[in-house]
Write a protein that binds this ligand. Structure first.
Ligand code: OAK
Length: 831
């Protein structure tokens, strides 16, 4: 296009090329221009919302300029790029992050202040982009921040849900969901690309014919068409010009509506088809670590995968390279099995549309993809019923059968006569109906498979994917321990701590090279540094207390120990064990003399998290927490010694307030169940200590910060199977302290005990999550926490030492590992 513009015109273009605003004045000019033109408002009706929108527009313009530069640079350099395919991106708010990463926070803050606004009030106007459930979606958000910040050419691809994760309210102690329509006031952080429209087909039938060259050609036709429209979200790197892209797809009908029906007066059915198309990207499925085999979900997956691959291939084709070079130009990472259809879709495009031979195509496919597993929980593993699959994607089903056939032939050659092995590793599970095992397809279609923490990566090799290690050898399987972005999770969430650290490190370079945190370790026992450290924690606790006052309506004592467990509610994460522990504490305090009470370490036990709407047990846990909160907080015998808080609607923005305020946070999953956890890293990075099981990344955190700076308890992963076996085949006596807790529940101390029957019997019965087995060890660890918290000096030095040793958990490090050992991509500097 540029070449078509005559050279004298090009000079005009260059003369007026848009520049990024420099200082405060230029920002203010842009701000006012957006108020008056983009928003069509004025000084007389510019409220906080309008001011937020105008400031966002000004900042977004800046990002777009950097985005354009970056894309031009990446196109001319023409190096290999990485594409991160994730059905979830749990981004949270964008404005503060954009200001920080672009290095314009001071300018904008001062700029809006002159115009009569407080930056904090404007930031509060932004709704969270909550396009994810929990760990997997938030990891994707941290990863794209790091890919940009470390200058890798990389895009995210996802879905533009109109409704993100539901909003949670607590009514009468129960979770009540309402829709999260986050796009009400338009979204300044996205750029609609109405010109990028991709047709996607579902249903239809297949046929084959032999062409003039005697080649068998497969055709898929006659299905329903929908259109994917691109929305681009700029992803600015921190301290670099690199601004990458997150491309989210929205579904649109191919025909607006059926005019014939419309003219015949059948208005309703004339728009029905268009409405059906739009539902594809309408809503995020609200399950975390759980598979529910709904057709619409499979539709979402194919819609997104087909649009993304089409886009990637279009970009590749512009370089006029032969197909065999595709994996030298393109790396695609599958964020769990949700995008696994991409493996099949690429094979289909190569073989059916581009005429590449099957074996050559398959080499291209497997060299392109990498697969990350995020869970070993059996209920989370995706398996699609063959009939449903076949109906929706008939050609893909055929290709899967062929992939499976060739794979099983290869296995048979390697391990002749091992019939059972063949059945075990087949992509098709021989159940009724048959099922497509997506994880197996992802392994077979990728050159690398990784877990997300050391223990987890070992577990997948020895349990769920054991046979594949036998077949492929161990080198295909590896570990990349998760990480978090220190920009959002330290500097943005805890600016005071970030400033204090910078005063000792000598700069903010630790936000790019987190290992520099080591430089604060010598100050762990420095009284002045300790005082400042303690004051910041206190400030953050007061900030959270104000939030709790506003939303829960009561005061908490900020000198008490803040004990926090915030994450999705799930039996494996064991919030039930936590609340049983709280009940135990309550009963103990009730039994104390006034003198004994003087020795108690006051605690505020803080919970937060959403339950999947259909997850009965998780909802019961929420109800119990709220019931206990009501009783305990109103009990004058207890006073300030114990308070219980449930913070409703836990999300990224609330995490940014809650995490910096914790003294202790709980990561207490049954050993072997939590793949990694990432909030554990966030809490320690903010100076809180962990009370946790020997699970997920807790293990590596312990190695980094030292055993003295973490409270570990509970059975190890290797004992879990035996313990479960015991529960199944004999009567294991209940832990005596837990028995007293259950007596209190059953006697009605926390309201109608029948509500909790199934929750209690899940423990008194098979106790699959080993709550009773770990309970004594949990209480012992809690006791140690109480004692150690009294010794302020050692507590704060442990907190400082822990932070100093968290460098490893930056997502920049994780991304470098992916780039080096899976993607083979190199960074590109953008001036
Ligand atoms: C969600 C849906 C399906 C499968 C897994 C998940 C998921 O969120 N897994 C979580 O991924 C995080 C990022 O790797 C881990 O830190 C969590 O431990 C894991 O539960």
């Amino acid at each position: 296009i540029e070449a078509s513009i005559p050279s004298e015109s090009r000079q005009v273009w260059q003369k007026f090329g848009v520049k990024e605003f420099g200082g405060k004045d230029e920002f203010q000019q842009e701000f006012i221009r957006h108020v008056e033109t983009t928003l069509a408002r004025s000084i007389y009706n510019c409220d906080d919302l309008a001011a937020y929108q105008a400031a966002s527009q000004a900042i977004r313009d800046r990002l777009i300029i950097a985005w354009n530069k970056t894309q031009q640079k990446h196109t001319t350099k023409d190096q290999k790029r990485v594409y991160y395919l994730s059905l979830e991106f749990l981004m949270g708010r964008a404005m503060d992050n954009a200001m920080l990463n672009a290095g314009i926070k001071d300018i904008t803050k001062a700029g809006v202040a002159d115009l009569g606004f407080k930056i904090e009030d404007l930031l509060e106007q932004e709704p969270d982009a909550a396009l994810g459930n929990g760990g997997l979606g938030r990891l994707a958000a941290c990863f794209i921040d790091s890919i940009a910040s470390t200058n890798y050419p990389g895009w995210g691809y996802g879905l533009r849900y109109q409704y993100g994760i539901f909003k949670q309210r607590i009514v009468d102690g129960y979770q009540v969901e309402s829709p999260d329509y986050w796009l009400t006031f338009s979204n300044p952080w996205e750029i609609p690309r109405y010109e990028i429209q991709i047709d996607v087909m579902f249903y239809g039938y297949t046929r084959k014919y032999t062409n003039d060259d005697g080649k068998v050609v497969h055709v898929w036709e006659g299905g329903e068409q929908v259109q994917a429209v691109a929305y681009d979200v700029p992803v600015p790197g921190y301290g670099t010009e690199t601004t990458n892209n997150l491309r989210l797809w929205a579904s649109k009908p191919t025909r607006e509506f059926d005019f014939e029906k419309f003219n015949a007066g059948d208005y309703e059915s004339s728009v029905r088809e268009s409405q059906k198309a739009e539902t594809i990207s309408a809503v995020l499925y609200p399950n975390d670590n759980f598979y529910s085999g709904k057709e619409l979900r499979l539709k979402q997956q194919y819609f997104w995968v087909a649009a993304s691959l089409n886009d990637i291939i279009r970009r590749f084709k512009k370089t006029h390279r032969p197909w065999k070079e595709f994996p030298d130009q393109v790396a695609i990472q599958l964020n769990d099995t949700h995008p696994t259809l991409a493996v099949v879709e690429l094979q289909r495009i190569l073989v059916d549309m581009e005429g590449v031979e099957w074996d050559d195509a398959w080499k291209i496919v497997t060299n392109t993809f990498g697969y990350t597993n995020h869970t070993v929980l059996p209920e989370a593993l995706e398996k699609w019923p063959v009939p449903l699959f076949q109906n929706l994607l008939p050609r893909h089903m055929e290709i899967i059968y062929d992939i499976n056939l060739f794979f099983l032939q290869q296995v048979e050659k390697l391990f002749p006569k091992e019939r059972e092995l063949l059945a075990r590793v087949s992509i098709i599970e021989e159940s009724s109906p048959q099922q497509v095992r997506m994880a197996y397809l992802a392994i077979i279609g990728s050159h690398k498979v990784n877990g997300v923490a050391e223990l987890h990566s070992e577990l997948i090799k020895t349990t769920i994917f054991k046979d594949f290690v036998t077949i492929y050898g161990p080198d295909k399987f590896m570990n990349v321990t998760n990480g978090i972005t220190p920009r959002r999770w330290l500097h943005q969430a805890n600016p005071k701590l970030s400033d204090l650290i910078a005063s000792k490190v000598g700069s903010y370079d630790f936000l790019k090279d987190l290992n520099l945190l080591k430089k604060i370790e010598p100050f762990a026992h420095d009284p002045k540094f300790q005082d400042e450290w303690v004051a910041i924690k206190k400030f953050n606790k007061a900030r959270l207390a104000a939030h709790i006052k506003q939303y829960n309506g009561f005061d908490i004592n900020i000198d008490a120990l803040f004990d926090v467990q915030v994450k999705r509610i799930h039996e494996y994460k064991r919030q039930q064990m936590n609340i049983f522990g709280v009940i135990h504490r309550y009963l103990s305090i009730k039994a104390m003399t006034e003198k004994e009470k003087k020795e108690v370490t006051p605690r505020v036990c803080i919970f937060g998290g959403k339950s999947a709407p259909g997850y009965y047990m998780a909802k019961t846990i929420i109800k119990l927490i709220n019931a206990v909160s009501e009783v305990v907080n109103a009990d004058a015998d207890v006073g300030d010694l114990l308070k219980v808080v449930f913070i409703a609607d836990y999300n990224v923005s609330k995490a940014e307030i809650i995490i910096p305020a914790s003294d202790i946070s709980q990561h207490i999953s049954t050993a072997g169940t939590e793949a990694s956890g990432t909030s554990n890293m966030k809490f320690v990075l903010n100076g809180g200590l962990i009370l946790g099981t020997v699970d997920g990344a807790n293990i590596e955190i312990t190695r980094e910060v030292g055993e003295n700076n973490i409270f570990l308890f509970g059975h190890l992963a290797e004992s879990v199977e035996d313990l479960r076996h015991k529960h199944r085949f004999s009567k294991v006596p209940l832990d005596p302290n837990l028995e007293k807790v259950f007596e209190a529940i059953e006697s009605g101390t926390f309201g109608d005990p029948n509500i909790y029957n199934s929750l209690v019997s899940s423990v008194t019965g098979s106790d699959y999550y080993l709550v009773s087995d770990d309970f004594q060890s949990y209480l012992d660890a809690q006791k140690l926490v109480d004692q150690d918290f009294k010794n302020k000096d050692t507590w704060v030095s442990r907190s400082i030492t822990a932070v100093a040793n968290m460098g490893f958990f930056s997502s920049d490090r994780a991304i470098d590992e992916y780039a080096e050992s899976i993607w083979n991509v190199e960074p590109i500097a953008v001036e």
